[in-house]
Structure formats: structure tokens, C-alpha cells
Design a protein around this ligand. Structure first.
Ligand code: C2E
Ligand code: CA
Ligand code: CA
Length: 612
């Protein structure tokens, strides 16, 4: 029935079959075409080979019928032109159809080695791309065969289709390669990482999927000392080594000095740790750059993904976060993602998402922590401390959201709310107790301090709530001051004119020089609670507190100690000449109603000083 097809029908059949082929289906489709040709032309073997420029060889693409008992290595699979016999060698540049009739030579011997058949005739039709020979379509007939001109012409047409197909697939492969690989190292890139993980995390696939996030420690030093070309060469060397050592796995360059390894087999945290240790050893081997031998350690974070449950972004993010934690340990460490880190990451996300609406809704509240006169135990001030009454997580302390506010530009909005609310509260207390003498302390974030309309805002809020400047003391950190000293100076002078006091919070933890301190129009130093809570047991702390107090003295500044938890510490402070303090010994931060209670019962905080 095949015989009834015309040659023309044969050619159009082949063309149709090759139309939608891509690199994954090309071998299968070509094999089907060859089978068709074997049947139609009544030959014994048909094969398709392509010329590989890089290898300088002719490579078997497809054949029909499949050979049995193929030796390894297969002498017909890759034939290098340099040691090829004349017939294969001719495939390199052949532009004309070649017909070979039976006679003994090297070619016959090679075919016999590969197929056990002797006495053959063959036809070789070159695949041409322009004037370049890109492969060969070959036919073998045991014994002799004559080839009609019409047959040869049909085969030339088919060879042209195959050449076209090869060119198209090579171009597609190249495009895909470029899209999926990193230009510097030739490793897979972020995009192939994402598609690999998407596939690996599909429901029902085996897991856990282990992701190792590698971050080279201090590569900048190499770049700075030897130049960026050396840094690039270093990354190429590391990338190549990792790829060789983790040949079964996917090694990705994420950009910069970051690599990711996705372990192919399901892997536990313990297993992943072992692999990470191996990766550290591989990556730390020295690389020769110019005349220097360079070696860097790597920090590695590990995260495990569960197919059907983890998302790609989450898995990569967790691995990244673990790598940061490894770096934070000083480098050369391996850190696995923990449930605790997961909870923290989720909280952070959630806080980031809801903080803005919390500020503008009514979820923020202020607590107030009394500050006392150490000698009398009388309340002399309160510090406003913000809390977030979170609908799900309960009452959140500022440490869990102030940092996020500052990194997302919400610090200004949050700070404005705190200032207005604290002053409103102060106004309330003054209304209830006309004789009240109480200082209100409010914490100010760096973003507020450098904003150009800050002084104006403070002036407006004082006016709105009928407060005088001396009722208010703003607390800033050394850290905020050093950032933009000139701008801060302008702000501080403005506050000074309003009569508003300024305290340096957490004093002793920063690095501000005395010289800088001298220029700053501030009124108070607040001794950081880190030096206070262990006062009496630590001679270091004692020395620091002593010198802060004498420093304050010599600049004519007030001094307040925070974090006083023991009577011992309170007494020692008094002795050293620090008269004002704040701490759990006197009172924790409390809601405004409790402050009113303290004030109404005469301003004495609970049980201090102990009855003498
Ligand atoms: P801070 O300004 O140093 O505030 C004092 C912190 O020490 C408060 O923590 C307070 O509860 C705690 N504390 C007080 N006495 C003791 C004690 O005896 N022992 C111990 N261990 N801790 C004590 P809180 O309320 O969690 O505030 C933490 C930090 O958050 C504050 O440190 C401040 O830097 C920041 N913050 C709080 N409210 C605001 C705000 O409204 N704006 C800005 N920018 N920052 C704020
Ligand atoms: Ca403070
Ligand atoms: Ca403080």
C-alpha cells in the first residue's frame, strides 16, 4: 500500500510530519520519517547524522531500524572527522549526493564493526544550510541497489526539510539556553530555578525539596584588590566546581556572589546539612587569579519545600533568609531554616501588610512608663511607649514593628500619631489635675528628626493641646544624630526655641564622639538599660555609668537611668549622683488610666522607696 504512494506524496508527508517538531520530539519524529523512507525505498538501513562544529565530528541523530547488540561505545554514535575514514570524512563538506557501490575499504570495516553486516551499497544525501554542510541523510542496502534520478531528487527535498529543521531547533535551543543560563558562569539562572522549583513543588511529587542558598563571604575584597575581572573569574571557577561536584543537582547562579543548589533527590534537613558542608569544602578550595591564589569561604542557608504545600517564592525566600543568618554568624556557617524563623517571617509579612491601616485605624495604643525621683519615689514624668493592639496577635511590643515601620517609610506617620496622641493624653491629665507637674517623654525616630517640617508639627501640636514646651521632652538616639548632623542641628535648635527638651536615649550604646555631643543642643542623657540592670554586680557597667554621669555633669546635662529593676541598682545610682530613674522596680509601662490613678493618689509609685 505504501508502494502506491508517489514520491511527491512521500515528500509532502515528511514535510507535514516535521512541521511542529521541537527539540524534545525531534529524534522521535526523525526516526518515524526514516522508517517511512526505509519502507518506501525498500532499503535496509536509513540514518540521519548532523555535523557538530564544536566537536568537529559527525553525530548520529536517528536511524531505522534500531540496531541490536550495539557495542559500547557505539562506533557509529560520534565519529570525529580527524580520525574518520574517507566516507565519513566526506560528510564534513559534501555538497553532492554520493552513491557507493560494494567494495572493501575502511568504511566497510567500520560499518561491519557497528552492525555486523558486510557487502553493502549506500547513498549519502548532504544536509545543506546555504553552502555549509550540516549533516547527512544516508541509506544502506545490503547488496546492490540502483538509484533513480527522481528518487535522488525527492531525497534532496527531504534533506532540505531536515536541514531546515535542524537549523530551527539549534536556534530554539540557543535561545532557550540564553534565557535559562547565566551569561557569566554558564550556570542555570534564576528563571530556570523558578521553573524547576515550580515543577518540583507540584502536589504529589516526591519531597522534601532541599534548596541550598550559597553566599560567598567577602568577595568584595577580591574585587577591590584584584579588579572586577578577577572577581568574575573567581565566580566562574566556583560555579564550574559546584556544577561538577553537584552534577546530579541543579546549580544556579542567582546573580552577584549568590548561588543556589536544588538537590535532585528528596532530602531531609540532616542530609541537606551534609551536602552544604561538601559544598563549602568545594567552594573554599583556592582559585589561581593572575599571580594570586584566592580562597573564600561561603555562608549557606538551607530551606526545605514540601510539594503541594510550599510556594516557590516562599522556599527561595526562606533559603535566602537562612543564608543571611549564616552570614550574621560571621560567615562560613550553615544555617537551616527553622520553624521559629518561619513564624518570624510570617509575622513580619503580616505586620508589614497591616501596619499602615493600624496607624490610621484605632489599633495603636500608648502605654506610659513612670519616671521617678529616686530620693522620694515621686513620679516626675512619663514616657509614652507605643503598642499595637493587634486583632489576632494580641498586644504587640514596639520591637516587633518599629523596625518594620522604619524600613517601609511608615516611621513618619507612626511617629506623628504617637506625638499627637501623647499630647492629647497629657492635655486630658492636665484638665483632670490642674496642679499637675509632669514631664511627657516621647520617642522620635530618625526619619522624623530629619523631616523638614518636624519643628512646625511640634509647634502645632503644643498649641492644639495647650501645652508649654517644657512639658515635652523628645527622645532621640545617637544613631539618628550621626546620620545627618547638619539637618538634625537645625531641627534641634528649632525645638530649643519652642522650649522643648531633648534627651539622648540609650546613651552609651552609640559611637558619638564627645566633640559631636558638645555641639548638640540637648538637655538630658538617658543611660541605656543594658548598663543599669546589672549595676552592683558588674564593675564594667559601674565604670560606664560613672563616666556617663560625670560626662553629663561636665556638660550641664540632666541624667536619667532606665531599666532599674533592683533596689540595689537604685541606691547605687543615687550614690553616684543620678537622681532620676525609670524601671520595672517602680512601674512597668501602664495604660493611661493607671497613670491617672498614681497621680490621683499623690504621685507615689508602688512601694518605693521601701518603708523605712
Ligand atoms: P526605649 O525608648 O529605650 O524604651 C524603654 C524600653 O525599656 C521599653 O520597652 C520599656 O518597657 C523597657 N523597660 C522599662 N523599664 C525596664 C526594666 O526595668 N527592665 C527592662 N528589661 N526593660 C525595661 P518597649 O516599650 O518595648 O519599647 C522598646 C523600644 O521601642 C523603646 O526603647 C523605643 O526605642 C521604641 N519605641 C517605643 N515607643 C516608641 C515610639 O512611640 N516611637 C519610636 N520611634 N520608638 C518607640
Ligand atoms: Ca525612650
Ligand atoms: Ca532607652
Amino acid at each position: 500500500m505504501h508502494q502506491r504512494r508517489t514520491l511527491e506524496e512521500l515528500v509532502t508527508g515528511v514535510a507535514a510530519r516535521l512541521m511542529a517538531v521541537d527539540s524534545r520530539t525531534v529524534v522521535e519524529a526523525c526516526t518515524a520519517v526514516l522508517r517511512d523512507l526505509v519502507e518506501y525505498l525498500d532499503v535496509d538501513v536509513c540514518f540521519l547524522r548532523r555535523n557538530d562544529e564544536e566537536l568537529d565530528a559527525t553525530v548520529l541523530v536517528a536511524e531505522w531500524p534500531p540496531r541490536t547488540n550495539v557495542p559500547t561505545p557505539d562506533p557509529l554514535a560520534v565519529v570525529f572527522f580527524r580520525d574518520a575514514d574517507p566516507i565519513f570524512a566526506a560528510a564534513k563538506h559534501a555538497t553532492e549526493v554520493k552513491i557507493v557501490r560494494p567494495h572493501a575499504d575502511d568504511y566497510q570495516r567500520r560499518v561491519k564493526d557497528g552492525s555486523g553486516v558486510d557487502q553493502t551499497s549506500m547513498a549519502a544525501v548532504p544536509l545543506l544550510s546555504g553552502s555549509v554542510t550540516t549533516g547527512v541523510l544516508g541509506f544502506v542496502k545490503h547488496g546492490d541497489r540502483e538509484w533513480l534520478v527522481s528518487e535522488i531528487n525527492a531525497l534532496k527535498a527531504i534533506a532540505a526539510f531536515l536541514a531546515q529543521l535542524q537549523a530551527r531547533i539549534a536556534a530554539e535551543d540557543r535561545l532557550r539556553y540564553l534565557a535559562e543560563h547565566d551569561a557569566l558562569t554558564g550556570l542555570a539562572n534564576r528563571r530556570s530555578l523558578l521553573s524547576e522549583l515550580e515543577h518540583r513543588l507540584e502536589p504529589g511529587r516526591p519531597g522534601p525539596v532541599a534548596v541550598l542558598f550559597l553566599d560567598v563571604d567577602r568577595l568584595k575584597v577580591v574585587n577591590d584588590a584584584l579588579g572586577h575581572a578577577a572577581g568574575d573569574a573567581y565566580l566562574r571557577a566556583i560555579g564550574g566546581r559546584l556544577e561538577a561536584a553537584f552534577a546530579a543537582d541543579l546549580v544556579v547562579r542567582m546573580g552577584g556572589d549568590e548561588f543556589i543548589i536544588v538537590v535532585r533527590a528528596p532530602t531531609t534537613m540532616d542530609g541537606a546539612h551534609q551536602l552544604a558542608k561538601q559544598a563549602q569544602v568545594v567552594a573554599a578550595e583556592p582559585v589561581q587569579l593572575q599571580t594570586e591564589e584566592v580562597s573564600r569561604s561561603v555562608s549557606i542557608g538551607i530551606a526545605l519545600g514540601v510539594p503541594g504545600r510550599s510556594s516557590v517564592a516562599e522556599l527561595v525566600g526562606f533559603a535566602d533568609q537562612s543564608a543571611l543568618a549564616a552570614k550574621a554568624q560571621g560567615g562560613n556557617a550553615v544555617v537551616g531554616f527553622t520553624d521559629e524563623m518561619r513564624t518570624r517571617a510570617q509575622e513580619r509579612n503580616d505586620i508589614e501588610m497591616h501596619l499602615r491601616s493600624a496607624i490610621h485605624g484605632d489599633e495603636l495604643v500608648l502605654y506610659y512608663q513612670p519616671e521617678v525621683d529616686l530620693a522620694s519615689g515621686q513620679i516626675i514624668g512619663v514616657e509614652a511607649l507605643v503598642r499595637w493592639q493587634h486583632p489576632i496577635r494580641g498586644l504587640l511590643l514596639p520591637d516587633s514593628f518599629i523596625g518594620i515601620a522604619e524600613s517601609t517609610n511608615l516611621a513618619g506617620e507612626l511617629g506623628r500619631w504617637v506625638l499627637w496622641e501623647a499630647c492629647r493624653q497629657m492635655h486630658d491629665w492636665q484638665e483632670s489635675l490642674p496642679e499637675l507637674s509632669l514631664k511627657l517623654r516621647v520617642n522620635i525616630s530618625p526619619a522624623q528628626l530629619i523631616s523638614t517640617d518636624f519643628v512646625e508639627t511640634v509647634a502645632r501640636v503644643l498649641e492644639e493641646y495647650e501645652l508649654s514646651g517644657v512639658d515635652l521632652c523628645l527622645e532621640i538616639t545617637e544613631h539618628a544624630v550621626i546620620h545627618d548632623l547638619d539637618r538634625v542641628l537645625v531641627t534641634l535648635r528649632g525645638l530649643n526655641e519652642l522650649g522643648v527638651h531633648v534627651a539622648i536615649d540609650d546613651f552609651g550604646t552609640g559611637r558619638s564622639s564627645l566633640g559631636q555631643l558638645k555641639q548638640l543642643p540637648v538637655d538630658t542623657l538617658k543611660i541605656d538599660r543594658g548598663f543599669v540592670h546589672n549595676l552592683g554586680n558588674s564593675s564594667d557597667d559601674l565604670a560606664i555609668v560613672k563616666s556617663i554621669i560625670s560626662l553629663a555633669d561636665s556638660f550641664g546635662l540632666d541624667v536619667v537611668a532606665e531599666g532599674v529593676e533592683t533596689v540595689q541598682a537604685a541606691e547605687m545610682l543615687l550614690e553616684l549622683g543620678c537622681g532620676n530613674a525609670q524601671g520595672y522596680l517602680f512601674s512597668k509601662p501602664v495604660p493611661p488610666a493607671e497613670v491617672l490613678e498614681i497621680l490621683q493618689r499623690g504621685g507615689k509609685v508602688a512601694d518605693y522607696p521601701a518603708d523605712r
